[in-house]
Design a binder for this molecule. Structure first.
Ligand code: MGD
Ligand code: MGD
Ligand code: MO
Length: 735
């Protein structure tokens, strides 16, 4: 590693999946060795995060305020089996169940019913990959039925900004010299003139105006025209849902929003809009980024974002740094780095290991000159966990050296590790980590119940040992100093800093950190099983609700209209990017059929995948007890479709996928499992299986990741991955 670091530290790649002590791993270790960093978010919900950072500035996807919400859209939320991003906190389903006891209605939008099971009051069995069309139709109906919160749109969003016919926003320079800033113009209804935003008493949302001979319209008016044709009947054809059902959901959402009402929560009066969306993996489709934007516009129209009972995203309104960064998106010329940051391919870049794999296989194609040489893998298993397995198999061969930190031999380690550094699992100190349940602020950390087994160690010990051997543990810029910084043991808390000239125990570091938090017992507090979670107290409504935050929404103006996306498109075109890359960089979410629709018609089914309650990712299928409960992969199919193909429940079937761009086909063999609550044009193969290193894996069957594709048409917009492909099903095959 040092040999490569000396030449170019960027060519050392630290790749993680899960990280349960970000300060120690993602921050301190990466900074101490200066490596590049790559996560697994492109396969989780990064497109959703980017959409929300872009649109409202917070770092999360969509979740409702369960305490007061009365009507919830469970949009691709696998309530009973996975639970979205917060399931690990267990409290999420409890909130949901309590809300239902209170009378909250759940409309479930998912090709499968099983995901919501008994918790769905209403099921919209949507065609995979068409959620944007549904969101646009809901917006159309909310507008048509006038369920619009004008004060919110005027005050807290850029919907009043005047937009020219070419899509650019009209701006004027305000102030002089260093103080000069460009401010958008809005139409002031009171004075009947265009004025800088902030100076209008009543900025117009609707109408057409003229400024210096140019026709201009407020962003909201542009959106109204944009969705004018997006009627429920239009969306019915695309989504496979009855138009009446779409219209009824819009009406229910609008009526339940109680636009104009307020609620006093813990003494603070806030707008009350008891409607919201819970969604996480909606991002896992080709149009993911813009779909999540379109979905966010639904609660925006009724003013539910940041309202009591309404739409939340994250537990704070503190702005993510991307909110400001996305105001201007700069597209650079090649050469690009191996993640294609700032490239004409993915100007908003999520950091996708599949993109890195493709670049490693053909750097010239993407204008990349330098490839990573060394990889350190932290709690990640690309070979079985990430879609499009063949490319990982090929690209990892190109690393000169691979170190895998894992408690057991993962499939990736089996194929590629030069060195496996055996990590402890729970027998280690790890954290600190937030334990909030959204209504109570709390922090916790992992406490080892025993000494690590055999040669294994906790990762913090592993990183200290590694840094010591590399000569980057002590002194300025060393790992220990980076740990102090990352844990905030600096400035007024510098007295809690750990010395940077001698190797501490991990327990000692956490003791200092605990003391710095005002926990008098230090680490002993967390070690005491009767305490272990440090509860700071109830979450203040001023923190929870964007309207009550100081300043409201942390001063962000929500990006209803996405001018910088359009500007990115212009730059991408200028630099010669192909249409498939720039087509979804539009100011407003714009529907087009997913690329997979270009596959021949005999690939008649959509393949989806999902998480099972019994298993965790690709890391539990070999656990005997869990394997007894959920022993093997399967292909869910609607019995009506199966009978047409002469397939019985339990029959061996071959599932063949087709790449609509390259024509490549891939296949897996599994068994059919009848499932009534599934669209007849859709089949589902669960995640979790497809391992081979452990004897228990034998006979468990394949992972859908063997037949999904990466690349154009399947990785899109922000470099995020679709979990959809068209497949052909035939009876028989070799299990
Ligand atoms: N038991 C268990 N719990 C887990 C995990 C686990 O592995 N096991 N993993 C954790 C992690 S890392 C995550 S990210 C979360 C994921 O939590 P969720 O996002 O709730 O879980 P998924 O199983 O990915 O659910 C995706 C749902 O989307 C549906 N779907 C597929 N395609 C479409 C589509 O085009 N449109 C719509 N509307 N729906 C579609 C699927 O049928 C499925 O029900 O779960 C967490 N919780
Ligand atoms: N088809 C399909 N694929 C999916 C999904 C899907 O729904 N369908 N879901 C996606 C989602 S949401 C996610 S988040 C990703 C997750 O994908 P990954 O981040 O790759 O996660 P895992 O599959 O859990 O693999 C983690 C590996 O880390 C190692 N490990 C386990 N415990 C520890 C530990 O304590 N320390 C260390 N250092 N290593 C450990 C093991 O080798 C294990 O195999 O998968 C994605 N893949
Ligand atoms: Mo995930």
């Amino acid at each position: 590693m040092n040999e490569v670091r000396e030449r170019d530290p960027d060519l050392v790649l630290w790749q993680k999946g899960r990280s349960k002590a970000k300060s120690f791993y993602d921050t301190a270790f990466v900074k101490a060795i200066g490596s590049s960093k790559l996560g697994h978010g492109a396969f989780c919900s990064d497109a959703g995060y980017r959409a929300l950072e872009y649109t409202i500035g917070t770092h999360a996807v969509l979740h409702p305020d369960f305490r007061f919400c009365n009507y919830m859209l469970s949009w691709g939320w696998n309530i009973t089996n996975a639970g979205g991003n917060k399931f690990c906190w267990l409290t999420w389903p409890q909130h949901m169940v309590k809300a239902r006891d209170r009378g909250m209605k759940i409309t479930h939008i998912d090709p499968r019913l099983r995901s919501a099971g008994p918790f769905a009051d209403n099921w919209l069995a949507i065609r995979p990959g068409t959620d944007m069309a549904l969101a646009l139709a809901l917006c159309h109906e909310l507008i048509a039925q006038d369920f619009i919160d004008r004060p919110y749109l005027r005050t807290y969003t850029n919907a009043p900004f005047l937009v020219r016919e070419d899509g650019t926003v009209v701006k004027v320079t305000v102030g002089e010299g260093d103080e000069a800033t460009d401010v958008a113009l809005v139409w002031d209804e009171a004075s009947g003139a265009a004025v800088p935003f902030g100076e209008a008493t009543t900025p117009a949302l609707e109408g057409s105006y003229e400024i210096e001979g140019q026709a201009v319209r407020p962003g909201y008016e542009v959106f109204k025209s944009h969705v004018a044709e997006s009627t429920p009947e239009w969306a019915a054809d695309i989504t496979g849902l009855p138009a009446e059902q779409i219209r009824r959901v819009a009406t229910e959402f609008g009526e339940n929003a109680l636009i104009g009402s307020t609620l006093v929560v813990d003494g603070v009066e806030v707008p009350h809009r008891p409607v919201g969306i819970m969604a996480y993996h909606m991002a896992q489709q080709e149009l993911g980024f813009q779909t999540a934007r379109a979905m966010t516009m639904v609660p925006m129209l009724v003013g539910a974002v940041g309202a009591a009972g309404g739409q939340l995203s994250d537990f704070t309104w503190k702005l993510h740094k991307n909110y400001a960064a996305f105001e201007t998106i700069d597209v650079a010329d090649p050469p690009y780095d191996f993640m294609l940051n700032k490239s004409k391919y993915y100007p908003i870049n999520t950091g996708n290991p599949g993109v890195v794999a493709q670049v490693m296989l053909d750097p010239d194609r993407y204008g990349v000159e330098r490839l990573p040489e060394v990889a350190i893998l932290h709690m990640v298993n690309p070979l079985t966990a990430f879609p499009s397995q063949p490319e990982y198999m090929e690209s990892y061969k190109k690393f000169n050296f691979v170190a895998v930190i894992s408690p057991w031999l993962s499939e990736t380690a089996d194929y590629f590790a030069d060195v496996v550094l055996p990590s402890a699992t729970i027998e280690k100190y790890e954290g600190p980590i937030s334990a909030t349940n959204q209504y109570v602020e709390a922090t916790t950390m992992r406490i080892p119940p025993m000494e690590p087994l055999f040669e294994s160690k906790g990762e913090i010990d592993i990183y200290m040992d590694l840094c010591e051997a590399m000569g980057t543990l002590f002194g300025e810029g060393g790992y220990l100093e980076q740990v102090n910084k990352a844990l905030g043991l600096v400035d007024d808390k510098a007295s809690f800093a750990i010395p940077t000239d001698s190797k501490p125990t991990v327990r000692q570091i956490f003791d200092n950190w605990s003391l710095s938090q005002g926990i008098d017992e230090g680490i002993a507090f967390f070690e005491d099983p009767n305490q272990s979670v440090f509860v700071k107290g109830p979450m203040s409504p001023k923190k929870m609700y964007g309207y009550a935050y100081d300043p409201p929404f942390a001063g962000a103006l929500h990006r209803f209209y996405g001018e910088s996306l359009l500007d990115a498109q212009r730059q991408m075109k200028e630099k010669g990017a192909e249409e498939i890359y720039w087509q979804d960089y539009t100011a407003l979410p714009t529907w087009r059929p997913p690329t997979m629709e270009g596959s021949p018609s005999d690939y008649e089914f959509y393949l989806i995948s999902y998480h099972m309650i019994e298993h965790k990712q690709s890391r539990s299928s070999f656990v005997p007890l869990l394997a007894e409960l959920a022993p093997a992969a399967r292909m869910d199919i609607n019995p009506m479709s199966a009978s047409r193909l002469g397939i019985e429940d339990g029959d061996v079937v071959t599932v063949e996928s087709h790449n609509a761009i390259t024509g490549e086909t891939r296949s897996l063999v599994t068994t059919a499992a009848f499932c009534d609550g599934l669209r007849p044009d859709t089949v589902g193969v669960p995640h979790h299986f497809g391992g081979w290193t452990h004897p228990q894996n034998k006979g468990q069957g394949a992972s859908p990741n063997e037949i999904y594709f990466m690349g154009e048409g399947y990785v899109s917009n922000t470099a995020d991955q679709a979990f959809h492909v068209k497949v052909k099903i035939s009876k028989g095959g070799e299990l």
